[in-house]
Design a protein around this ligand. Structure first.
Ligand SMILES: Cc1cc2nc3c(=O)[nH]c(=O)nc-3n(C[C@H](O)[C@H](O)[C@H](O)COP(=O)(O)O)c2cc1C
Length: 652
């Protein structure tokens, strides 16, 4: 379903394995100071939470420093090598997710500007490193970064990416713009090294940034989106121009998932107001840089700078100048800009006047303030006050754990709720636990939630899928989409044969599988299924591509599972790839590259799930406020569905 106000701006886009719900992204903005251990405070979390609530597809938390010993340039920076930051990161990611919004972290290093604005001894880099030996205008002595430190810092980028991924973030942004370390290496005026890491050759100057990309990719794996933030031109004397930026983008093409084109170098005053366009230049003054780069790459390209009007943003996407618009200051003034634009309320958007109050306050007092929005920086207080509590009509599509949590939360706030479930009963995937002995409590929870929903006064319409026609008839104020996920079916010969079943085979008291079962996929679900079928006396082999099983399980749960496996007769076949299903079983390529046939009566596919994006996009704009929760937002666990379902209601 197209957005009727802004069909291009409102359309989804694939970035790595994520589907963004629209084309508007929150460009990174450091919030007020982090806590003493460089972790996010509750005020910081609420700041990001508020940006996500306003309807952007992605919020990027900034600015994460990957190597505090040498990279910290100011106090508003997260220590990504410190385990003490993890709880605040994990909570922030989840808060952002609760708004049907993805979460990213900007990975950065200050290079020769490390220590410039830390203003206290504790944060100062003892020794500062940049591309070359030099003395800065402020007297800071910079050392040429030795090669072993280049590798160490590239590794610290990778470690930081893994760290934030494991804390629940969906994506990372590499900061290679505005004059920080990776930009310094790209710059012909700043990087005049004589070795293979610099000098006149752009290949040499790109070597370190590309090393960082490669190391991060190796750490996070394929599909996990990497955004690369670069200046599309340095806009300084002797700085690189857009033609050189095109060469950099071409080298990144296919290696990263989003090329984010900003401009300028912050340590140059004149260029600072190009990076953050002042009120004296036209809106979108940097879009031409993204448009030029986009001509040369197939990776999606984002533009940023001075955008505050959805009409302009729509034109940028519609005309193909960029695939995504990123906005920063506009979301301080009016975090609800995307939601207002996409629900036909553009006249109610308060526009950023580019007065720089935000920056003035940030740099001088290290607080967040906006001339036109008194709530900025106080979002934490707002979380408990000033909420709209008018009664609304809420339709919920899907009666799994997320849909049920949303229904209960909406009823608790006094809304009228109508829940649609295409199956006969509420419970979603939890219903498949009915006959699994070790899942009895989870199944009991599903039954209990169903009862609670019915007793709450919500209307429940089972055996009814929510369609755009029904939505049009009921004219809701808001909709929660809890449409779940669909199984991933590997595209191999024979997969549609009569001896292949999906997880629905477990929905019967006696599973519809033969005596010899091969489970294709040894993630959490495949492994649990193996243990269950073993308890039922079946002969089970699990085939898994990776070198470990149940990698998506909670650690303690995995320990319990492992004990069960040890007691079982299950054969776990790791580093093995399915090639074809035959009448005799599953033909695979083993760890040594040779073919192995695992004989089976039944092949049970447990190769993972993917979000039900098609159904989400069919209903995305059917009501003024629509939020996707649970697996149809991002495939996860019961906890993810429960949280996003429960908290989504606060947005309506
Ligand atoms: C208060 C504030 C803080 C910012 N902090 C960061 C940051 O931490 N990292 C970064 O890459 N850019 C940062 N930026 C730059 C923005 O991401 C953006 O590129 C710039 O503001 C231009 O976009 P705009 O005109 O939409 O504000 C910041 C901007 C503002 C206004």
């Amino acid at each position: 379903m197209l957005n009727k106000y802004y069909p291009h701006l409102g359309s989804p886009i694939q970035i790595g394995k994520l589907t963004f719900k629209n084309r508007i992204v929150n460009s990174p903005m450091a919030p007020p100071d982090f806590g003493p251990d460089s972790a996010l405070t509750h005020y910081n979390m609420a700041y990001y939470d508020r940006r996500a609530e306003g309807g952007v597809a992605l919020v990027t938390v900034s600015e994460g420093i990957v190597h505090m010993q040498t990279g910290r340039s100011h106090t508003k920076q997260l220590d990504l090598a410190n385990p003490l930051t993890r709880p605040s990161l994990a909570d922030t990611a989840r808060m952002i997710h609760n708004h049907d919004c993805y979460a990213s972290v900007e990975l950065s290093h200050g290079g020769k500007y490390a220590g410039n604005r830390t203003q206290d001894e504790s944060g100062k880099s003892a020794v500062r490193y940049g591309p070359i030996d030099e003395v800065l205008a402020n007297g800071a002595v910079i050392h040429e970064m030795p090669e072993d430190l280049i590798f160490e810092i590239a590794d610290s980028f990778a470690k930081a990416a893994s760290f934030v991924k494991s804390a629940g973030f969906d994506m990372v942004m590499i900061h290679s713009a505005h004059g920080w370390l990776l930009h310094q290496f790209l710059s012909p005026s700043m990087n005049t090294r004589k070795d293979k890491w610099g000098g006149p050759s752009i290949e040499n100057r790109m070597r370190f940034p590309l090393l960082v990309v490669d190391r991060i990719r190796a750490a996070v794996g394929p599909g996990f989106p990497i955004e690369y933030r670069m200046s599309g031109a340095e806009c300084t004397d002797g700085g690189y121009d857009v033609d050189a930026a095109v060469e950099v983008a071409k080298a990144l093409d296919g290696k990263v998932d989003l090329i984010h084109v900003s401009a300028g170098v912050h340590e140059d005053h004149d260029a600072f107001v190009i990076t953050h366009p002042s009120m004296f230049v036209p809106h979108g003054s940097n879009v031409h840089l993204a448009a030029e780069i986009k001509k040369h790459v197939s990776t999606p390209v984002a533009t940023v700078g001075g955008l505050n009007d959805p009409d302009d943003m729509e034109e940028i996407i519609a005309s193909g100048k960029a695939d995504i618009v990123e906005i920063a200051r506009q979301l301080l003034v009016d975090p609800d800009t995307p939601q207002k634009a996409l629900s036909g309320r553009k006249d109610d958007i308060t526009k950023c006047c580019r007065c720089f109050t935000c920056f003035e306050e940030l740099l001088n007092n290290r607080v967040s303030r906006c001339a036109l929005n008194p709530v900025i920086g106080r979002e934490f207080d707002r979380q408990f006050a000033f909420r709209d509590t008018a009664k609304k009509r809420v339709l919920i599509a899907g009666g799994g754990p997320g849909g049920m949590a949303a229904a209960l939360s909406a009823r608790a706030r006094g809304h009228e709720v109508i829940l649609f479930e295409k199956g006969k009963r509420l419970g979603g995937q939890l219903l498949s636990e009915e006959f699994v002995p070790f899942k009895e409590d989870l199944y009991a929870y599903a039954v209990q939630q169903e009862r609670r929903v019915k007793e709450s006064g919500a209307q429940v319409r089972t055996e009814t899928a929510l369609t755009p026609e029904i939505v049009a008839e009921l004219a809701p104020d808001a909709m929660i989409l809890a449409l779940g996920a669909v199984p991933i079916v590997p595209n191999i010969p024979g997969i549609d044969g009569p001896n292949v079943v999906g997880l629905e085979a477990l929905h019967e008291k006696t599973p519809a599988v033969g005596q010899k079962v091969v489970i294709l996929g040894g993630g959490l679900v495949g492994t649990e299924t193996a243990v269950y079928l073993d308890l039922l006396g079946r002969d089970v082999t699990v085939v898994e591509m990776r070198d470990d099983f149940a990698v998506d399980a909670a650690e303690m749960h995995k320990t319990g599972l492992e004990l069960m496996l040890r007691k079982s007769r299950v054969t776990m076949q790791l580093r093995t790839r399915a090639k074809a299903v035959t009448d005799a079983g599953l033909l695979c390529i083993g760890p040594d590259g040779s073919e192995i046939l695992f004989e089976a009566d039944t092949i049970l596919v447990a190769a993972g799930m993917r979000s039900n994006n098609e159904l989400v996009s069919e209903l995305r704009y059917a009501a003024p406020r629509v939020l996707a929760v649970g697996d149809c937002f991002k495939v996860g666990k019961v906890v993810d569905a429960t949280y996003s379902g429960h908290y989504s209601i606060l947005d309506i």
